[in-house]
Design a protein around this ligand. Structure first.
Ligand SMILES: [Zn+2]
Length: 391
């Protein structure tokens, strides 16, 4: 049987924020939590020891990439993801559906599932709600996700409804299929509904009441303005059962974490902190800075005064500036460690504020000080990255 449990340690009286504890077969997770993403079973340039030291409690790996290379059967033969990667803490795998639907590899979508061609070698594959459960059982993560359909942004209300209804049918098929495989794995349900308030509410009620021990909110942070994402969460959260952990899929940035915790979210995953780090974007309490900028050329102090990460304790901003300008590999590791530690310290600070009963003050102070990347910068980055992935 699954040893997965979720308990609520504290709730904010003035918002929907809560602090909780999740038990999994590979350890405990204290929420709110940020989950670093290891797309190819590796958080790029950072070792498991460095992740532990930065405070990581759970990491995410992408089923789509791993089923194609090296293959889920091989990973199973080598003892599953924990043994294969040497990360001994909890792992979450997604279903692979998001990559198939959003990266243009889709060839044919039907009620049965999604047939697509590999971006690596053109080989033909099919994901169904049932095959995804088999593949994720082979990968062996603690928390797994079912096949769902993330509607495009923008999309018509009819498309949003059709995607949601199919997601619901696939959720039920996933629950049945999962029983054949590894009972110790925990399957979360995925709420969809695009940007239609009534569909979001309906999906939250439907998925929330199926026997999933946890819930992921999908289909957000797909190119819409942030205000629209937060508005959708205001419709979703009141419909969700209180006693299941809530994972906001593919989110996000520091400000997303701070705001979404107040909207009832417990778990977050995103490539953003490590991806922007590799491009020179480092988080500080005042906002994101670009380490390539000339103002760091002779900066003797760390990127952020007072940061307790390995990078800031040992290296000057001037050195990081030099490493990135020179294209040195060490920069990718040091920059990633700083941003991962920033997100995990922020999650721990949010948890402490909820327990102390002052989440709202913490949120307001953080947002007053932190300058986020503008919507325009976000849109441009997004286009650049998507174009790069489609090549
Ligand atoms: Zn640091």
């Amino acid at each position: 049987m699954s040893s997965f449990t979720f308990t609520i340690d504290a709730e904010c009286p003035d918002s929907w924020a809560r602090a909780g504890t999740i038990q999994t077969p590979h350890g405990t997770i204290q929420t709110p939590i940020f989950m670093p993403v290891g797309t190819q079973a590796s958080v790029k340039s950072v070792s498991p020891e460095e992740l532990h030291k930065a405070g990581a409690q759970i990491i995410l790996a992408n089923t789509y990439h791993l089923m194609l290379r090296p293959g889920s059967a091989l990973i199973a033969e080598l003892g599953g993801l924990h043994s294969f990667t040497h990360w001994d803490g909890p792992i979450l795998t997604d279903s692979g559906g998001f990559q198939v639907f959003s990266l243009g590899h889709l060839r044919k979508l039907s009620e049965e599932g999604a047939a697509f061609k590999s971006h690596l070698d053109g080989s033909a594959h099919t994901l169904t709600p049932e095959s995804v459960m088999r593949i994720e059982a082979e990968l062996g993560a603690d928390i797994i996700l079912p096949l769902d359909i993330c509607a495009a942004y923008p999309c018509s209300p009819q498309e949003a409804k059709a995607a949601m209804e199919r997601t619901h049918r696939w959720a039920e098929r996933g629950l049945v299929a999962k029983e054949q495989y590894r009972p110790e794995q925990t399957l979360f349900g995925i709420v969809q509904g695009a940007f239609e308030p009534e569909l979001r509410q309906e999906s939250a009620r439907f998925i929330g009441h199926l026997p999933f021990p946890g819930l992921s909110i999908g289909g957000l942070s797909v190119g819409e303005p942030k205000a629209m994402m937060w508005e959708m969460l205001q419709f979703v959260t009141p419909e969700l059962p209180r006693d299941k952990p809530r994972h906001l899929l593919g989110v996000g940035s520091p400000e997303d974490l701070v705001v979404s915790v107040g909207l009832g979210m417990d778990m977050f995953d995103c490539v953003l902190p490590t991806r922007v780090a590799r491009h020179g974007g480092l988080f500080t309490r005042a906002g994101r800075v670009n380490i390539k900028s000339a103002r760091f050329r002779a900066e003797r102090g760390p990127v952020e005064e007072g940061c307790d990460c390995y990078t800031c304790r040992n290296y000057s901003a001037a050195y990081l500036h030099h490493l990135l300008r020179a294209g040195e590999y060490l920069y990718y590791r040091l920059g990633s460690i700083h941003n991962i530690r920033f997100m995990l310290r922020l999650a721990a600070d949010l948890r402490a504020a909820i327990i102390a009963g002052n989440y709202c003050a913490f949120r307001d102070e953080f947002l007053a000080r932190y300058t986020p990347a503008s919507e325009q910068v976000r849109a441009e980055q997004r286009e650049k990255w998507q174009a790069a992935r489609l090549r």
